[in-house]
Each structure stands twice: as structure tokens, then as C-alpha cells.
Design a protein around this ligand. Sequence first.
Ligand code: FAD
Length: 387
Amino acid sequence: MEEPTGRLTPKKVAVVGGGLVGALNACYFAKRGFDVEVFETREDIRQAKVVKGRSINLALSHRGRQALKHVGMEDKIVSQGIPMHARMIHSPSGKQSPIPYGKKGQFILSVDRANLNKELLTEAETYPNMKMNFDHKLKDWSPETGLMTFTRLDGSHDQIQADLIVGCDGAFSTIRKQFLRRSRFNYSQTYIPHGYMELTMPPVNGEFAMKPDYLHIWPRNTFMMIALPNLDKTFTCTLFMPFDEFEKITTGDEVMEFFQEYFADTIPLIGVDALKRDYFRLPGLAMVSIKCSPYHIGDKCVLMGDAAHAVVPFYGQGMNAGFEDCIVFDEIMEQLNEDFSAVLPEYTRVRVPDDHAIADLAMYNYIEMRAHVNSKWFLFRKHLDNF
Ligand code: FAD
């Protein structure tokens, strides 16, 4: 833990959402010496038996690592990740061809989402000026007074006021609802026709079933599958496919026909029984791209992470960009002496174009990964994106 900077009368900062970006952001504000409270709707995931949420693992890249480094977390998280030096393209016949991510020695990391979230919460709690409030679901808040109302599982309510409210409550942000009621707030949301489904590839004789230092991709034009390695020697395979295609497959035999045609090399590795069972465990999950502007209201509230910019996952940069939000905000705080009335508009000015660019690149890679990755042109391109 690094010593917070001193301030005679610490301002109170409420971080709403204790997910990946909220937990990291809490460290940033605590390090600056603010009186920080995190409000998270879920119970403490470090104690929970089942952690519900999106993808099991994520690709962590340079911009995310830089943000972790600033609060002394980079080495710890990197040591718990699995380096992926290249994509491994699987052709329909089962041929595998690597495409490096960058120069020799460059890599991105496969990290466990739940573990990363837990580590960030634990780090945040090491600051004496930090209070975590789990089982606190934001219901409503006032942009005029900064008064927030939270509900708890036992039906009780809590009302809390803060000098600054940081909305890190994800793609379906409750904080953002107040923004939508205001004039000159731009907002767009687009659901893509594809959904995603996660399947597990178990270890073989205690070892990874495929080479672990790659992000495996099966590009099949209108759909694709990817696989990222986990520390327990499993791979999480994610199948991205239009919803109507998911829905066409209704029996175990149809699952097998589909995999036989498009992903035959994975059948012995995932296993026939597991495929027939797990395909029907959960329906395909939706993916949304959200853009908005501005990211702030006065000197009272700012949006970061998915609450400001949910992106489709094909560029592997949603969390990384959210982590970068924290460092960009912190730099502006430094430049403008933590004067919220100057910092918040400057943050919007600097950050909106970059986050919108990431959203556009992610949409572009949505086509690139499943189609162009098959082409020779792709093989010659120098890419620095994640997937
Ligand atoms: P979230 O992770 O959604 O966290 C929001 C938190 O706020 C949650 O804990 C939630 O419980 C809490 N909350 C919500 N509402 C309230 C409320 N009313 N009151 C209090 N708390 C509330 N990104 C990458 O960088 N690399 C990848 O490889 C990658 N892969 C992905 C794969 C998939 C399939 C998907 C769907 C996304 C992927 N992403 C990836 C994107 C990444 O998951 C998100 O960008 C990231 O989770 C955003 O973090 P966040 O903290 O802003 O939001």
C-alpha cells in the first residue's frame, strides 16, 4: 500500500460499482487521500460461493497494465496471468497457424476476471481512508445535492451524500440514468446480432489440452470461437454466433453435427458429453456497444468504465480502456489541483474521443476476427490489438 497524500479536510468520493474499474478507481482516489466509499450491489465476491458475471477470463494488455502499475498492482496481477504471445488460427481442417501480436517478446495476458476483481478489492481495502459497502444497490441519486439512495437485501435503505460520485456501475449504469434526463447528453446503444456462449476445455492428463501461450481462434466468417487459457489448465472457449444460429440448434445431436462441421478439432478436447450438456446450460448472451457524451455533470459526477463506454469484446479492450480511464482522470487531477469543477469537463474533453475510437475499433474487429483473419492480407498486417 502506498501512503495517501495529506489533506486537511478530505473530500468524500463515492465510487458506485465495485467491479473491475470501480475497485481500481477506489485505489486511485484513496491514494490521493480522499475519503473513499465503494458501493457495490453484490455481496463481497471474496466470500461468495458462486461469482456471477460475464466472461471467466479476460485479455489484459499494455494500457491496463500501466494503470495497474500506478497503484503498485502490475507485478502481482501479471504473475497470476498466462502470457499469450500470438493468436493461433485453427482452420476447418484442424491446421494451426500462429500470428504474433507484435515483436518478439511482446504478449498479452489471460487473467481470471473474478481473481482480478478480488485482488483489486483487497488492495483497495489496505487504504485506511477506504470503506467498502457491499449489498448496496444504488436506486437513485440527485445531481444537485449528491445524495444517493441505496437498497439492501433485507429491504432497508441507506442515504449517503458525497462531494464526487464516480459511476463505475457497468453497461446498465443507474448513475447514467440521471444523465439521460438532461439536455445535450448524447447517448447511443447498439446490440449486435451475435451472442456469446462459454464452454470449458478440461486439462488432458493434468496438462493444457492445447498450447497455452496462445489466444486460439477458429474464424468461420459469420461466427467464430476463441479460447483463452486459465491457471487451472483449462481453456475457456467462447463461441460468438448470431442469435438465430444459436436457436437453430435444439438437440445434442445437432450440437455435434455443428461442431463436427466447424470445430472438429475441439470435439475430443471438450468432450462429446460436455458439449451436448453445456451448449444448453445457458442461452447465448447479448453484447452491447454504448457511447455517450459528456461523461460528467458539473463538479458532482463522472462516468468511467462500461458505464461510460461499453464496447463489444472483439478488440479485447473494454476493461483495459476502463483501467486507462482511471489513470487519465488521475493525471488531470494532478494537472488541475484536484479542482473537480475544472477536472471533470477536462476529463470529458480528453477522454470521450479516445473511448469512442476504442468502441469503433471493437466494432471493426467484430468483422475482422471472424472473417478477415482467414485472409492472407490479415497475415501480413501488423496488429497491436488484443484479439
Ligand atoms: P462491470 O465489470 O460491469 O462492473 C460494474 C459493477 O457495478 C458490478 O460489480 C455491478 O455489480 C455493480 N453495479 C451495477 N449496478 C449497480 C448499482 N445500481 N449499485 C451498485 N453497484 C452496481 N475487456 C478487456 O479488456 N479484455 C477482454 O479480453 C475482455 N473480454 C470480454 C469478453 C466478454 C464476453 C465480455 C462480455 C466483455 C469482455 N471485456 C473485456 C469487457 C470487460 O468485461 C468490461 O469492459 C469490464 O468488465 C468493465 O468493467 P466495469 O467495472 O466498468 O463494469
